[in-house]
Structure formats: structure tokens, C-alpha cells
Design a protein around this ligand. Structure first.
Ligand code: B12
Ligand code: SF4
Length: 433
């Protein structure tokens, strides 16, 4: 078959922060008997009038409207469309209005069954991936990424799932209670084929899935002498010896979800454990002292938030010289406990906001309690603008006595420039075409 893989963007425009989507590389590797072409809407325009036997789209909530428009165009021309990823997994019936078939959960196994059926002209409506299967056969065909405009990073995955259940997050719902990791030696063999001069980013939701699994990874990474980054839960900072080992293994950046400075908000979002490593300032200092940069993320809109909590979080981010940061309005996506709670409380302003032609990126989606919806949207955008002001970038990146290497400082500079650009480009954009 002649198969086209597409990663849709939020709208018909190109992004400055596009990175190669591993899901597409996985699909390509498992369809090697077919002729596969890949188009990344985030990095390139999709040529009009493409012909194929099958089109497969990876769909997230923010990209659903655009994905449906792309799918409708192919289907009008009689070309069958498959959708997979988070959004179709959580809302299969909605996705099936724009797709001939969907895959829920993991691609591995389900995608091969689908391809066999498609080749025989017997596509079923739904294929269910096995989200409990062992991760010992992850294969990624990265040749499909060649020549596309991506940020200069290499992506890899050690595991799937997270041991926590934060109420705004889709991960637990998607993967279930178990976390899974690959054999670390298999990952090492994969890394050998990647550009070692580039920063490596582990896309895992929480690299600290368990102590033995993190230990196994660090044992493999240390001799490789690579620079890498990851998302990790803050409880890793409880153990200073573990932080030493992270740094020694080449970890140069961590994304940490600080989320809120208000204990009552952390409790409400089911993340009270975020305080187990002590004060946030102490955690930042401990990481910086080891040459590890921090991407801190904050979310606003929980019941104890006021305009003042946004300002205080910005002050904390600036004073502690976070290397990168994000200040997002709380976004209830389907599949999260938060979405169900706000819907049941009648607080969603537009229950299917991802399909709403009036929705704009950055808009509030629900009615907060102690801050108006407008103040929430404006406060988050203002915090992003202040954090990525030129003077703030210069102060945070260069005016500090942290033991960062030349490599780290240049990576941080590039990341700040890209983030600054994306803050202005994304804000206020409608979803879809
Ligand atoms: C890395 C990452 C990013 C990177 C982008 C990386 C890249 N390649 O471009 C950055 C930082 C830029 C980013 C941005 C955002 N992200 Co993001 N991101 C991730 C993260 C952590 C990993 C993605 C990844 O590579 N996974 C590994 C691959 C192998 O897994 P996968 O994509 O899920 O694919 C598997 C299955 O889903 C399935 N599958 C997927 N697609 C398809 C298609 C078909 C046809 C088939 C058969 C199967 C299939 O098969 C794959 C293998 O089993 C995920 C969480 C996660 N665990 O996936 C969040 C996640 C996808 N992001 C999320 C969000 C919300 C965002 C933002 C909107 C945040 C914001 N407020 O701005 C933005 C914008 C996204 C956009 N589309 O424009 C949410 C999406 C939730 C939802 N309901 O849609 C997630 C799930 C995080 C979360 N905790 O909730 N993100
Ligand atoms: S720690 Fe991160 S990945 Fe895990 S449930 Fe919370 S937000 Fe989601």
C-alpha cells in the first residue's frame, strides 16, 4: 500500500519548536512492507491533492480540529483515514465522525493488524492497542524525519506512563496504573545511532518511574558521556546522592512541574507530594549547583488562585533564575479527572472547546473561583511576556554564578529565543484552518 503519515499542527501554520514525532517513526518502522511518506504539518505545508491508499493521523486535543479538516479532505476524495493518539483514544465516537477507523492506546500490534486488514480491504472501525504489553520491541524509523525543519535535538523514549495521578493530566487515564520501561541496554543500542553532539530529550512523562528503573538508566547513560534532558518528578530532589548521579550521567536539563506555590492548590490537583523535596527554591538551587538547568512549569486556575498567585509565581521564577518556564491557564482536556469535575460542576465555558471556532489558544476554558476568566488568561500571558522579556533572558542566562558549561548556556539561549517566539505566535490563534 501507499501510506501517508501526517502529524497535524494546531492550525495551518509552521511552528518554531517542532521536534520529530516519535509516534510517526514507530508507525513507519512497523509498516516497512509498504511505501510510506510522512508529512509534518508543524514543520512543512502539506501539499494539496495527495493520493494514497491509506492516510494515518496522530491526533492530540489541541490538533483535533485541524486533523478533522485534513481527514475530511482525504475522505471526500475516497481515501480512507486512520486516527490514533490521545484524542481518539479518549473520544473514539467523535473521531470516528472524521475517520474510517481509529486505534486506541499503543500502536504496537494494533497498527500491524490494521495494515493487514486494510490490505485485504477489510478495515474495522476500532483497533485497541495493548497498553500493558512489555516495551521490548520499540523500533523507530527516523529516516522519515530527514530534511525537515526540526529543533536540533534527538528524542528517545525509555518508558511510558507515570506513577502519579495529577488531576489535570491525561497520562494515567491513557496508560493505566502500570508504568513500563524498556530494557536499558536496548535503549543504549538505539542511542548509538543518534547524533551524539545534540542534546538528547527523553520524552517520558516522568523519567523517575521507580528507583530501580532510574538506576538502570543512569548506569547505561553514565559511560556514554552524552548531554540529555528529561521530564522528572520533583521528589527526585529528596536524595542529593541521586542528584549527583543524574548530573554525572549527563543530565543537563530537567522539566519539573512546580504547578503552584499554594499548598491548597497542590492538594486539589492531587499533587501534594510536590512539596516532599522541601521548598522549591532549595530544589532549584540543588539542581543549579550541579549544572542542571530547569524548565519550570506552572498552571493557574485552581480554586485558590488569585491574580496575586500568578504574580508571586512569576517572581519566584525570575528570582530563582529558572532557565525556561511556562505559565499556563489550566486546560481541561477530555480524559482527565479535571475535565469530568468541571463539566459536572457546570463550569466549562464551552464543553467541546477544541472544536469551537471561537476558541483561541490561551483563552480560559472554564469559570475559575477567585479570579475572573479574563484575568486568568491575561495574567498567564503577562507572566510569559515578562519571563521572556529580553532583559529577563539576559539576566537569567548570563548573570548568575551557576556552573553551566558553554554548551548549556548556548542551549538555554536558543531555548529562550524559541520559547519567546512561540509565546507570541501561539497566543490568540484559533484551532484548525
Ligand atoms: C514531548 C511532548 C511535547 C513536545 C513535542 C514533541 C514533538 N515531538 O514535537 C512539546 C514540548 C513541544 C509539546 C508541546 C505540547 N504538548 Co506535549 N507532550 C509531549 C509528550 C511528553 C511526549 C510525546 C511523545 O513523543 N510520546 C512518545 C510517543 C511514542 O507516544 P505517543 O505520541 O503517545 O504515540 C503512541 C500512541 O499514542 C499511539 N499513536 C499516536 N499517534 C498515533 C497515530 C496512529 C495512526 C496510530 C495507529 C497510533 C498512534 O502510538 C504511539 C506508540 O505506541 C506527551 C506525553 C506522552 N507520553 O506522549 C505530551 C502530550 C502529548 N502533550 C500534551 C500537550 C497538552 C501539549 C501542549 C498543547 C501544551 C501546551 N499547553 O502548549 C503543547 C502543544 C502540542 C501541539 N500539538 O502543538 C498532552 C496532550 C493531551 C491531549 N489530550 O491531547 C500530552 C499527552 C501531555 C499530558 N501530560 O497530558 N509536547
Ligand atoms: S507527575 Fe506529570 S506525568 Fe505524572 S501524572 Fe502528574 S503531571 Fe502527569
Amino acid at each position: 500500500m501507499n501510506i501517508i503519515l501526517i502529524r497535524p499542527n494546531m492550525g495551518d501554520y509552521r511552528s518554531a519548536d517542532a521536534m520529530p514525532p516519535l509516534a510517526m517513526g514507530i508507525l513507519a518502522a512497523r509498516a516497512s512492507r509498504h511505501q510510506v511518506r510522512f508529512f509534518d504539518d508543524k514543520a512543512e505545508a502539506i501539499p494539496p491533492g495527495l493520493e494514497a491508499d491509506l492516510v494515518a493521523l496522530s491526533v492530540e486535543t489541541f490538533t483535533a480540529r485541524r486533523a478533522y479538516q485534513i481527514a475530511d479532505d482525504f475522505r471526500r476524495r475516497g481515501i480512507p483515514v486512520v486516527m490514533g493518539g490521545y484524542h481518539p483514544t479518549f473520544l473514539p465516537e467523535e473521531a470516528l465522525q472524521h475517520a474510517d477507523t481509529i486505534v486506541t492506546g499503543d500502536a504496537e500490534g494494533a497498527w500491524e493488524r490494521l495494515l493487514e486488514d486494510a490490505a485485504k480491504g477489510r478495515l474495522q472501525r476500532i483497533y485497541r492497542g495493548d497498553n500493558q504489553a512489555r516495551l521490548d520491541d520499540i523500533r523507530i524509523d527516523r529516516s522519515i524525519f530527514a530534511g525537515k525543519r526540526y529543533a536540533p535535538v534527538e528524542l528517545a523514549q525509555y518508558g511510558r506512563g507515570c506513577r502519579f495521578v495529577c488531576d489535570f493530566c491525561s497520562i494515567h487515564q491513557f496508560y493505566g496504573p502500570r508504568t513500563r520501561t524498556r530494557p536499558a541496554e536496548q535503549l543504549r543500542d538505539e542511542l548509538a545511532g543518534l547524533n551524539s553532539k545534540r542534546l538528547l530529550f527523553f520524552v517520558d512523562d516522568n523519567l523517575f518511574s521507580s528507583r530501580p528503573e532510574l538506576d538502570a538508566l543512569l548506569r547505561v547513560m553514565t559511560p556514554l558521556r552524552r548531554h540529555w534532558s528529561c521530564q522528572i518528578s520533583i521528589d527526585v530532589a529528596r536524595d542529593s546522592a541521586l542528584l549527583d548521579r543524574l548530573a554525572a550521567a549527563g543530565c543537563r536539563y530537567v522539566l519539573i512541574g512546580f504547578e503552584s506555590l499554594e499548598p491548597a492548590n497542590l492538594k486539589q490537583m492531587r499533587k501534594p507530594w510536590n512539596q516532599v523535596a522541601g521548598e522549591y527554591r532549595r530544589v532549584v538551587a540543588a539542581l543549579h549547583a550541579r549544572g542542571i538547568g530547569i524548565y519550570g512549569t506552572f498552571v493557574f486556575g485552581y480554586d485558590h488562585d488569585t491574580p496575586d498567585t500568578i504574580r508571586r509565581s512569576l517572581d519566584f521564577a525570575l528570582e530563582s533564575r529558572l532557565d525556561i518556564a511556562n505559565f499556563n491557564p489550566l486546560t481541561p482536556t477530555p480524559g482527565s479527572a479535571l475535565y469530568d469535575r468541571l463539566r459536572d460542576e457546570g463550569r466549562l465555558l464551552s464543553p467541546q472547546w477544541w472544536l469551537d471556532p471561537d476558541y483561541r489558544y490561551g483563552d480560559p476554558i472554564f469559570q475559575p473561583r477567585q479570579i475572573s476568566a479574563g484575568e486568568l488568561a491575561e495574567g498567564c500571558f503577562e507572566a510569559k511576556r515578562a519571563f521572556y522579556a529580553w532583559s529577563s533572558i539576559v539576566r537569567r542566562v548570563f548573570d548568575n554564578d551557576t556552573p553551566f558549561s558553554w554548551f548549556s548556556r548556548s542551549m538555554t539561549t536558543v531555548a529562550n529565543l524559541i520559547s519567546r517566539r512561540e509565546v507570541y505566535r501561539k497566543q490568540g490563534r484559533s484551532l484548525g484552518t
